[in-house]
Design a protein around this ligand. Sequence first.
Ligand SMILES: Cc1cc2nc3c(=O)[nH]c(=O)nc-3n(C[C@H](O)[C@H](O)[C@H](O)COP(=O)(O)OP(=O)(O)OC[C@H]3O[C@@H](n4cnc5c(N)ncnc54)[C@H](O)[C@@H]3O)c2cc1C
Length: 397
Amino acid sequence: MAYPRQPSIFLSEEHDAFRDTVARFVEREIRPNANEWERQGECARDLYKKAGDAGLLGLRYPESLGGSNLDFLATTVLAEELAKGDSIGTAVSLMAQSEFALAILADEASDEIKTDWMAPAIAGDLIGAIGVSEPGAGSDVAAITTRARRDGGDYIISGQKTFISNGTRADFITLAVRTGEPGAKGISLVVFPTDTPGFEVGRRLDKLGARASDTGELYFDECRIPASNLVGEEGQGLRYILSHFGGERLVIASFAVGVMERLIDLGLDYAAQRETYGSPVLGFQTWRHRFSEMATKLESTRLLAYQAARLLSDHEPAGDLAVSMAKLHAAEAAQSVAAEVLQVHGGFGQMEESPIPRYYRDVAGFSIGAGTSEVMRELISRSLVASQQSRRSQNGS
Ligand SMILES: Cc1cc2nc3c(=O)[nH]c(=O)nc-3n(C[C@H](O)[C@H](O)[C@H](O)COP(=O)(O)OP(=O)(O)OC[C@H]3O[C@@H](n4cnc5c(N)ncnc54)[C@H](O)[C@@H]3O)c2cc1C
């Protein structure tokens, strides 16, 4: 029993055709391998090459770099479909590269960096990661302490990162470093090649969900890299990071949409065929109504995500507010749908042979990664307060 997805006024025929392409890729390359990759703690390395060959790693980037020059709506479609592969970890592995590590480079890096690092990553020949979080700095990005000091034509980098997706096997890291004084203005971004002497991968972190995505601790001990690896201008790193959070948050919101659609599909199937007291579970009104609520949560999240994607594509300032709302709503909706679909499966929902428990664990990360739900609430409230203050000042009160 397939979930009856409605045509969306936000999507073109090209988006729909692209969805079919990604769905076929997921069916062929991801879902059959999901169990093994979840056990291994990482997806196969050659998946990046396959995704690159299929044109999935450079959607929003220029054709001159091997990208497809598409809008944010194509990114939401990609994230939705990847999330249906029964392995959010695999979806994270691909999009931590294509969106998180590369988007800042696309907008801010030199042509040399784009040619040397971005183009091979879009082709799937290199793996990229974004390295911002540290043991003492997560939500509060401005608190990072990993230092880069200038030495002639080089930077010398020392410090530590943690929770870095793709971190244990990335070829390069789009890395946040402190080049100046403590605080927001002293942060810069560099492209860090992981074959640099002094770099070491620490623990591969064992985690609740998204287990097919490797998550690493990284150590930097007097690592020397060329100063030409600086992304954009020195001291502008925090601005670049904050202005690109929108894409990351949209990806998580879209993962949530894909997960909800897959889970509702699985749940409807199970509830239609499982009989208790002489009736299919779907015959009970309580479950039909609970599925109605789940479908409404799914569609409201989808609308918020598509609206945010459209605003981001159009470079509208309202895009940031829309994306914060989309991510906040998405995380909570997906967690609630995962719990409901677990429940409708009864004891079978507890069994690891079904993808249900995995999705239940995977969605826990949606309210943490790329900005927590508390941070989303804070960002949304700032817009509300600012608009209220501007109305009061216009009224002279
Ligand atoms: C699986 C996974 C993958 C990740 N991948 C990456 C990656 O690739 N690259 C990377 O750089 N980082 C990555 N991260 C790190 C992620 O971005 C951080 O975990 C996240 O930003 C939260 O930071 P924190 O864990 O330090 O929590 P903290 O910032 O310490 O927050 C702890 C709690 O306090 C709350 N809190 C914080 N500030 C406020 C506030 N002002 N008001 C109210 N509540 C607040 C938070 O919401 C949270 O509930 C990853 C994390 C996970 C779990």
